[in-house]
Design a binder for this molecule. Structure first.
Ligand code: TXA
Ligand code: MG
Length: 312
């Protein structure tokens, strides 16, 4: 069900959920201070209660409402990457809802750059907890139509067009003057390291069970097989009953339907989930996917494809 900005604000203020656009993926948003609304987010997503949510805010001046300390290194990251596809995990104030942070001592914060998301945050005055607007373990939505297809037409959706980044934000935790990379995204480890002036700490503490860490996250319903080489993918076609293929860059797959994503990683990320949604809808037996180039700027895409294919 489509709603406009005014309706979205009214719904969120009265404790309802609304699917909202961000530059990464659509989020299922709720007032981050309203536990009843937050419970609805978990229920609709069928998400385990031990998976904390990201809190979206309008302005960096709001960080201190949520955290006990905003270390200089985290301030540098905020300055460099916000608004944008970057999430900071910091030590939470005690009064931050235990639902939003799943009883973790930390809270995840992000200022999105999508103009409609920013307008919504500014005009409502709310901080919005928003996980991706899909059922747990399924593909994230990058259009309003994906949200409705995945969650049903009863979910109000604010349509902000197709998401431009296309995969979920990079997540970094900061403690004192050290940082850890918790989830890969299109803001790369190298870019973050450049701002930090030092490499990431290896994360040795067990993480909370975050969806991005579950191996079977981001899965279409159809099975996936990843191929390290295009030749191997093409050779495998004849042994398949029904399949559809995905290549990075130009090229053809004889005797099989296929999609081409760009050989530019930013463009490929933008189209990735929409293409996987389309391939999934073709109801074939197997998705044949070419592994992306083994280069740092492709790591986030390789991460999502690896998780989607896990167990196949
Ligand atoms: O791009 C994005 O990040 C999108 C848009 C909507 O902002 N959101 C998103 O949310 O991907 P979700 O719930 O699918 O993933 C949020 C990630 C999870 O891996 C979650 O566990 C992690 O953020 N997270 C949230 N709070 C955390 C915390 N306190 N400590 C560690 N990880 C946390
Ligand atoms: Mg998600």
């Amino acid at each position: 069900m489509q709603v406009d900005l005014t309706q979205a604000i009214a719904l969120l203020k009265s404790g309802n959920v609304v699917a909202i656009p961000t530059e990464t993926v659509y989020g299922l948003a709720a007032d981050a201070t309203n536990d009843v609304a937050l419970h609805q987010v978990y229920a609709i997503k069928q998400r385990p209660a031990d998976n904390p949510l990201i809190v979206h805010i309008a302005d960096v001046s709001q960080v201190n409402n949520w955290v006990t300390e905003f270390p200089p290194l985290a301030q540098k990251f905020a300055q460099a990457f916000w608004p944008g596809p970057f999430t900071l995990v910091l030590k939470a104030k005690e009064n931050v809802s235990t639902i939003v942070r799943s009883n973790q001592p930390t809270v995840a914060l992000r200022i999105p750059s999508h103009p409609l998301a920013l307008k919504l945050l500014q005009k409502s005055g709310l901080a919005l907890a928003a996980p991706s607007a899909n059922k747990f373990t399924q593909l994230s939505p990058t259009t309003a139509a994906h949200v409705t297809a995945g969650l049903g037409d009863t979910i109000p959706v604010l349509d902000g067009g197709a998401c431009e980044v296309g995969i979920e934000s990079t997540i970094v935790s900061v403690e004192n003057e050290d940082w850890c990379l918790l989830r890969l995204g299109m803001i790369s480890e190298a870019e973050i390291e450049k701002i930090a002036g030092k490499p990431a700490l290896k994360n040795e503490k067990p993480l909370p069970k975050v969806p991005g860490q579950h191996l079977q996250h981001y899965s279409p319903r159809t099975s996936i097989k990843l191929f390290e080489s295009r030749d191997a993918l093409i050779r495998s076609v004849e042994s398949q009953n029904s399949c559809v293929a995905l290549l990075f860059g130009k090229g053809k797959v004889p005797d099989c339907a296929y999609f081409n994503l760009s050989d530019n990683p930013n463009e490929a990320a933008e189209g990735l989930y929409d293409t996987l949604h389309q391939m999934d809808a073709m109801k074939v037996a197997l998705l044949l996917i070419e592994a992306p180039p083994k280069m740092p700027e492709w790591l986030a895409i390789a991460d999502r494809l690896g998780r989607a294919a896990h167990g196949e």
